[in-house]
Design a protein around this ligand. Structure first.
Ligand SMILES: NC(=O)c1ccc[n+]([C@@H]2O[C@H](COP(=O)([O-])OP(=O)(O)OC[C@H]3O[C@@H](n4cnc5c(N)ncnc54)[C@H](O)[C@@H]3O)[C@@H](O)[C@H]2O)c1
Length: 249
């Protein structure tokens, strides 16, 4: 097992068909104890219970610093140590540039980008004290190619911000034994786009994907597992594409 005896926090892991819960399942199967932090506290508790004994599900709004601090303190009390942080929570909105309101901008930046800062700020002191930790952050192909798939320009901007923030964290905390990496998925079949993608949109997107299928939550969970585990012990500041070849660069 790749994560035997490790503890992990995964944000945004309550949604049933989501990347976070698929990752939580994979981590548990690899021997980790998992804390699911999600804005939906009841769903987080239910998701954690579905993993078996010893896992935790807590309500946490990643866009709120106090909420992050409180949730991480509770995880630290229950698990003792925190080895892995997966900054996975995110929201999107299909909207054109001229239609973005100040409120839309704030909401999308707050959850996707500020959330990575606040949760990392809460977890890093625990990792630094033990000179060990792995953090993986959720960006998107949308950051690399300037959107054009589903999320609007404000989503592309937030996810591009995640790349810069994660690389800066990798540089700052390498000496503390903390690795920080990003994943950049293409289009993954989850509830974030469910019901909002027409068959026509899907067919058009598939034309641009060499592997000729949408990604699955498990496709991304596998990469998060690699980044969380010691298999990637010498990998930091990296960005791993999980996009079926949608963007080859
Ligand atoms: N599905 C895709 O095609 C795709 C592609 C690239 C990147 N992503 C990113 O992957 C991540 C997971 O998305 P998903 O596709 O599994 O979608 P999802 O909607 O199934 O999961 C998102 C989860 O985040 C939670 N969440 C939302 N706001 C939150 C907040 N303020 N605090 C804490 N939790 C919050 C939701 O409750 C949900 O459980 C997101 O960051 C998304 O932007 C998704």
């Amino acid at each position: 097992m790749l994560l035997s005896g490790k503890t992990a926090i995964i944000s945004g892991a309550a949604s049933k068909r989501g990347i976070g819960l698929a990752t939580a399942r994979r981590f548990a199967a690899e021997g980790a104890r998992v804390a699911i932090l999600d804005i939906d506290a009841a769903a987080a508790a239910e998701a954690a219970a579905s993993l078996g004994d010893g896992h935790i599900g807590l309500g946490c709004n990643v866009a709120d610093k106090t909420s992050c601090n409180d949730a991480v303190a509770q995880v630290a009390r229950q698990f003792g140590v925190i080895d892995i942080l997966i900054n996975n929570a995110g929201i999107t909105q299909p909207v054109k540039l001229l239609d973005i309101t100040p409120e839309d901008w704030e909401r999308i930046q707050d959850v996707n980008l500020k959330g990575v800062l606040f949760l990392s700020q809460a977890v890093i002191p625990h990792m630094r004290a033990r000179k060990s930790g792995s953090i993986a952050c959720m960006s998107s192909v949308s950051a690399q190619r300037g959107g054009g798939i589903f999320g609007g320009p404000h989503y592309s901007a937030a996810k591009a911000g995640v790349l810069g923030l994660a690389k800066a964290m990798a540089r700052e905390f390498g000496a503390d034994g903390i690795r920080v990496n990003c994943v950049t998925p293409g289009l993954i079949g989850t509830d974030i786009t469910a019901g909002k993608l027409t068959d026509e949109m899907k067919a058009k997107i598939l034309e641009g994907i060499p592997l000729n299928r949408l990604g699955t939550a498990e496709d991304v969970a596998g990469i998060y597992t690699f980044l969380a585990s010691d298999l990637s012990a010498y990998v930091t500041g990296a960005v791993i594409d999980v996009n079926g070849g949608m963007l080859i660069h």
